[in-house]
Design a protein around this ligand. Structure first.
Ligand SMILES: Nc1nc2c(ncn2[C@@H]2O[C@H](COP(=O)(O)OP(=O)(O)OP(=O)(O)O)[C@@H](O)[C@H]2O)c(=O)[nH]1
Length: 611
């Protein structure tokens, strides 16, 4: 999905609508369940009712006492900024825990595994959703591992960024890498290279970062580090002797990691004597402090009390607090060239904090930093209050959640069936599901989401083009005026054991896929690249792929071009009335089947209504 992968493609290759339904028929007891079944949900819409945990962000309170940390002893040559990247579940967050413990940043046995996974949703699902940064201080023995006790040491400041593994959050990864000069590419010693390993490798490679391969989970009985080394060599040309063998669980091999970071990764390249330029990496809203921005100081120095301006908005602010995440907010009063930390500037809303913006001293004029490409919304869905009268509650919840997740696009919309709501754009289905869950968990909003759709483009006979994010807005008989329909596609990477090749090829053909690449990673695993219509993978593709391959498939995708397609709008009528929330756009060849399946499901849940 990330920009890098587009660039690299040549390189490697709810309807919970009581009001309406009760008008049409006796209302089923559980509309939420009904809606999920109707849309063929695969759990992606689950909205479990969890405890109500209000609070803007689970970042804990700042360590308000002014810190004893003296950053002036860390010039750029004593700083290393690195990220941990990997396929889902290969052990990034666990490795981050161990490194935080090793440097005394957190206490051993702090009782909270995956320390940097702070959101409730991350803890419940065991996944990382937000990249998190932590500053560590490390005394490095000058002649590395072989040094005897008592040998001279040098203090280093290490900034570690733990990143999400799931494809939906690859935008977080690409953003995090902008503050780093190197990465630890973690690969599970038993599973070997997987789809997101490939994606993340190219992300780091094309950003020109130093890549340190870390083969993790070597304690597992099925671990085969030699096979993984061979895969790293054949797929990425990474020297097997460069790989570190670790177990983040038992601690084996971990003593090599930080010395390797210091020896192999370059210090940040900024200029200490140049005017200040800070890259705004992320922001969130804290109940007590207001908007907190994560920044990387590229050039110059920034201090508490400084007046800074934003290149993106032109607004100016006075810095109320400056510090590092050690691992909680720790005020230092200053951030020097190459350092990564936070600033509090009295911004009223995170909308003022544009990710990728350049911040500089108001007294100077500077050339803005390149910034980031904006996040691309792959999936759109309507969000409506479960109870129509709760629109304001939902409005408020969405406003507050988007303070901490700026990657969602929001616009108001209304539906005949569901009333007033919002059309939201997400980075993918998991992102949509996480947003939904956070609305319920953190802000107590009960939400119905409509069938996810992808953004189609319709070209009319007068040459005008319409991007349709909500199928209900497309006229019911568009064919009369539409000359060409376009649908978004993705380039998908699939890695599977070779015995499943036949069934996966059949699945991809059924989903209108076109094979682009097929090769063997080693004697047991096959690497395939497909162009697939985005619509075909948004709802249940991954689940089906997993079940066909007994869970062994790994899958990643990047957005690709639009392709011409034969599309129609499929309307659902209940008692002769069109239900706008159930409208969908489908390929002509699939319209009959999709329509019949939907009606079959509806029949099970809605009693016949005799007029
Ligand atoms: N046996 C063994 N298990 C490990 C090791 N490292 C991590 N795990 C386990 O693997 C699972 C996933 O670990 P995480 O650290 O959450 O993996 P992650 O890569 O951060 O996962 P995402 O954030 O979802 O991408 C957890 O159950 C860990 O306890 C290891 O070295 N050995």
């Amino acid at each position: 999905m990330g920009y890098y992968r587009r660039a690299s493609s040549q390189a490697l290759r709810s309807l919970k609508c009581p009001s309406l339904l009760s008008r049409l028929s006796p209302a089923p007891a559980n509309f939420d369940l009904l809606y999920r079944r109707l849309i063929g949900g695969d759990g992606a819409f689950s909205s479990p009712s969890f405890g109500f945990d209000r609070g803007f962000c689970s970042h804990s309170r700042s360590n308000l006492k002014e810190s004893a940390v003296d950053l002036s002893q860390y010039p750029p040559e004593r700083i290393r900024n690195f990220s941990i990247i990997a396929h889902v579940d290969h052990g990034k967050s666990t490795l981050a825990d161990r490194l935080l413990e090793l440097t005394g940043t957190i206490k051993k046995g702090h009782g909270q595994p995956q320390y940097l996974d702070k959101l409730q949703v991350e803890r419940e699902r065991g996944i990382t959703v937000k990249a998190q940064t932590a500053t560590m201080f490390y005394n490095y023995k000058l002649d590395g591992l072989k040094a005897e006790e008592g040998h001279e040491t040098q203090a280093f400041l290490l900034n570690l960024v733990d990143t999400p593994g799931h494809v939906d959050f690859s935008y977080e990864v690409s953003r995090s890498l902008a503050a780093c000069q190197g990465v630890l590419l973690v690969v599970d010693a038993a599973q070997g290279v997987q789809a997101q390993t490939v994606a993340n490798f190219y992300l780091a490679f094309e950003s020109g970062l130093t890549i340190i391969p870390v083969i993790n989970k070597i304690d597992q009985p099925t671990a085969d580090p030699e096979r993984v080394k061979a895969q790293l060599m054949s797929m990425f040309d990474l020297d097997p002797s460069d790989a570190l063998l670790t177990s983040a669980k038992t601690g084996q091999g971990l003593e090599q990691v930080l010395p390797a970071v210091i020896q192999r990764i370059a210090p940040p390249p900024g200029k200490s004597n140049s005017p200040l330029r800070m890259l705004l990496l992320d922001s969130y809203y804290d109940e007590y402090k207001g908007v907190i921005c994560h920044v990387a100081v590229v050039d110059g120095t920034v201090r508490k009390g400084d007046k800074i301006s934003s290149a993106g908005t032109g607004h100016s602010y006075e810095l109320l607090d400056v510090g590092v995440m050690h691992p909680e907010l720790t005020p230092t009063g200053v951030l020097l060239t190459g350092q990564v930390g936070y600033i509090v500037s009295g911004m009223r809303s995170t909308k003022e904090a544009r990710i990728g913006d350049t911040l500089y001293h108001s007294r100077n004029t500077v050339e803005p930093l390149p910034g980031f490409k904006p996040a691309k919304h792959m999936v759109f869905s309507g969000l409506y209050p479960a109870d129509g009268s709760d629109f304001e509650v939902l409005n408020h919840a969405i406003e507050r959640l988007t303070c901490n997740d700026a990657s969602v696009s929001i616009s108001k919309e209304s539906s005949t069936a569901l009333g007033l709501g919002f059309r939201c754009g997400f980075l993918g289905l998991l992102h949509m599901d996480v947003f939904h869950q956070r609305l319920e968990q953190e802000y107590g909003a009960h939400v119905i989401s409509t069938v996810p759709t992808v953004p189609y483009i319709f070209e009319y006979s007068d040459g005008s083009k319409l991007e349709v994010q909500n199928p209900a807005l497309l006229p019911s008989n568009p064919k009369s005026r539409v000359t060409v329909c376009w649908e978004p596609t993705v380039i998908a990477t699939i890695i599977i054991p070779s015995e499943y090749v036949g069934s996966v090829i059949t699945l991809c053909s059924e989903r209108r896929g076109q094979q682009l690449e097929y090769s063997f990673i080693d004697s047991q695993r096959v690497f395939m690249k497909y162009r697939l219509p985005l619509r075909e993978i948004v709802v249940d593709f991954y689940n089906e792929l997993k079940s066909l391959t007994s869970g062994y498939a790994s899958f990643d995708y990047e957005d690709a071009d639009y392709q011409q397609s034969d599309l129609v709008k499929l309307d659902v009528l209940l008692n002769g009335q069109t239900v706008d929330a159930m409208a969908t756009i489908v390929h002509t060849l699939k319209a009959q089947r999709v329509g019949r399946e939907l009606v079959e499901k509806l029949k099970k849940f809605i009693d016949r209504y005799v007029i």
